[in-house]
Structure formats: C-alpha cells, structure tokens
Design a protein around this ligand. Sequence first.
Ligand SMILES: Nc1nc2c(ncn2[C@@H]2O[C@H](COP(=O)(O)OP(=O)(O)OP(=O)(O)O)[C@@H](O)[C@H]2O)c(=O)[nH]1
Length: 382
Amino acid sequence: MSSGLPTGIAMAFAINVLVSVYFFAVYRAQQRNQSYLYWSVSCALFAAGIGASVIAHAAEGLQAVNTLACLLLFTASFGLYCGLNKFELSPGSIKFYRRVRSIFVVGSAVITVAGFYSTMVNVVASVGMALMFVMTEGLFYQRKSPYKSVYLVLRVLLLLHAFVLFLQGIVMLVQMLAAQDSDTRYLFNIVLLSHLLLTVATALVLPLLHVMNQRRQWQKLANLDELTGLPTRRAFVQKAAKSLSADDQTCHSLLMVDIDHFKQVNDQFGHTFGDEVLSRVGKILAEGLRQTDIVGRMGGEEFAILLPGVSTERAQGVADRLRHKVSELRFKQGDKQVTITVSIGIAVSHEVLYDWEHLYSQADQALYSAKREGRNLVYVFS
Ligand SMILES: Nc1nc2c(ncn2[C@@H]2O[C@H](COP(=O)(O)OP(=O)(O)OP(=O)(O)O)[C@@H](O)[C@H]2O)c(=O)[nH]1
C-alpha cells in the first residue's frame, strides 16, 4: 500500500462512523423516521466493510474476510437505497423496491460464491455496488419535487460513484483475465473519494431537505381552512391579488357566495349540522373549477371565487350553476330533509391591474343587494 492509501482509508472509516452516529441521533430526534436508521446502519456497514477489507489486505490469504468485506459493502449500498426508498421526498414504488431487493439477494449469493475465486469477488462486489447506486439514483428519476436542484447534487454524486465502482470492477476483471497485477490503488483512492463526497452530501442534504419540506407542509396546512379544506381568507386574498396583478388577463370575475339564513340553520339544527353544511357547500363550490380559478372560505358562512379571464356573462352563468347545485343539496336531519340556498354577488374587473380591494368591495355590495332583494339570488355589481 502507498502511504496515501491508509490515510484515505482511515478518513473514509472515520467519516462513515461519524455520519452513522449523526444519522442515528437524527433518527431519534426526528420521531424515529426510518430513513435515518437505514442510513445510520448503512454508514456503519460501510465502516465495517472498510475495516474488514483493510484486515484482508494486511493479512494476505484471509479470503473469507475479504468476502465478508465485500458483503458488508454491498449490504451498505443496499441500506442507502432502502433509506431513500422510504424517504418522504423520494418514495419509491413497492414493485421497484421488490426488484432491487431481489437484486440484493442474488448479488449477495453471487458475492459469496465468487468469494471462492479470490479476485473475482472484488469484481462482482464493485459491479454489484455500482448497480445498487444506479438503482438508488433511479428513485429520483422523473420525480416531481420542489427541490430538484438540490437533488441534482445527490444524483450526480450517486452516478459518479457508480461509474468509478464500475470502472474499478472492469479494470480488476481485465487484470484478472490478463493475469497481470498492476497497481490499481489510484482507482481505489478515487472510489474512496467519490464515496466520501456522497456520504458527506447525504449527511448534509437529506436532513436539511426534510426540515424544509416539513416547514412547507406546515405552511400549506396553515393556509387551509380546517373545516372545508379550502384556502383561508389570508391565503385566498394573497392568491387573488397575485392573479389580479398578472397582466396576461383582460378581466377577472369575483364571486362572493354567502349561505342564506345560516344563523337559523345553526340555531335550529345545531352547530355540528352547520359545520356539515359548510363543508358540503365548500365542496360544491370547488368542484368543476378550472386550475386557474381560486376558491376560498372568507370566514363564517362566506366564500369567494376568483375566475381569471372570465367576463360578466360567463361569471353569471357559473354563479347560477353553483346556486342551483347548492339548492339541490339534501341534508338529513332525523326524518326531515333540509335544503339551503346561497346568495351570490359578482364584480368584474375590466382593466388590467385592477385593485383587489376595489373588486372585493364591489362584489360585497352586489352580495348585499342579492340578500336585500330576497336571497337565493345572483346579483352583478353595476
Ligand atoms: N356551524 C358553524 N357556524 C358558523 C361558523 N362560522 C360562523 N358561523 C355562524 O354563521 C352565522 C352567520 O350568521 P349571520 O351573519 O347573521 O348571517 P345569516 O344568518 O346567514 O343571515 P344572512 O347572511 O343575512 O342570510 C352565525 O350564527 C355564526 O355563528 C362555523 O365555522 N360553523
């Protein structure tokens, strides 16, 4: 061994032990998220595999230890796959997992058998691990994620490591066939280096991504109304104002929808019944809208719908359809059937960069007129 090799090995060993302990600590802190446990075990196995291969090299002839080292390293690469397969940001399909598990079982058997042919075992292990890293990279393939660029770092490192492992396997095979014994330590150092980069990247990137994703989900939940699952007033106003300020639409229609005599509904049938009414009306309003339309619960029994690029006539048609659909709802209360109605006020912006407050106030006035005129009506602000 050159003087550089033991240093590289010692570093790889130490870093894998450290990262293993670190992942285990994160596993305990992160409500026992299994991905971290897999990665912790995977790093511990890498460290053990590195240790075993050092022993096998130091004492020539310990072929069984060399085989054990290969098995440990191969299992470690499978552990990395398993952790990412369970990671909420890159969940793999069960079918794909079963295939990879079969490859792992077959690969382990082949390594064990190849262990009887001294050098062959290193070739098989190198190629097997390369395959495992390619499979792991496959977990990100075509996956939609808001953190694509961060994942790109991991993907590149996974493929790079797979490539150098594969190269190492090929070089060892050629040497074996040519019965040569030239120096391949430079390649081994490159393998160690690329693995080191991968280990450090997973240790830094994955927990960070996890926290970022959790924060994103909490934000999403905070923007949704618990009862109806629709955006809250704040979230709706934010989205609507953004949509209004976009200059690619010529007009926007805002519909303010309010359940009629909802206080009576609550008083007569109870708050739980009132909640069910709100929930079902929310569903009806959200149904059949386009992707660009925005619906939200403004509070109490009031909802709002913004229809970008929709003129007065079409908005009136949508409002009439919704009003009709709500009036067709049937709520069971004992042996009675209860029906409800809604009033809708419409305001339409005919200018680009129409002010949100302005539009909202006009739709509210139209809604007030609909209520005043007898309810169960659609009224357009004029
Ligand atoms: N069940 C239930 N009731 C709610 C909720 N939020 C607000 N309310 C009730 O909604 C009712 C609104 O009553 P009002 O503002 O007087 O309106 P209304 O009775 O519908 O009368 P009009 O709008 O004029 O037809 C109140 O009784 C509130 O307590 C909720 O989340 N669940």
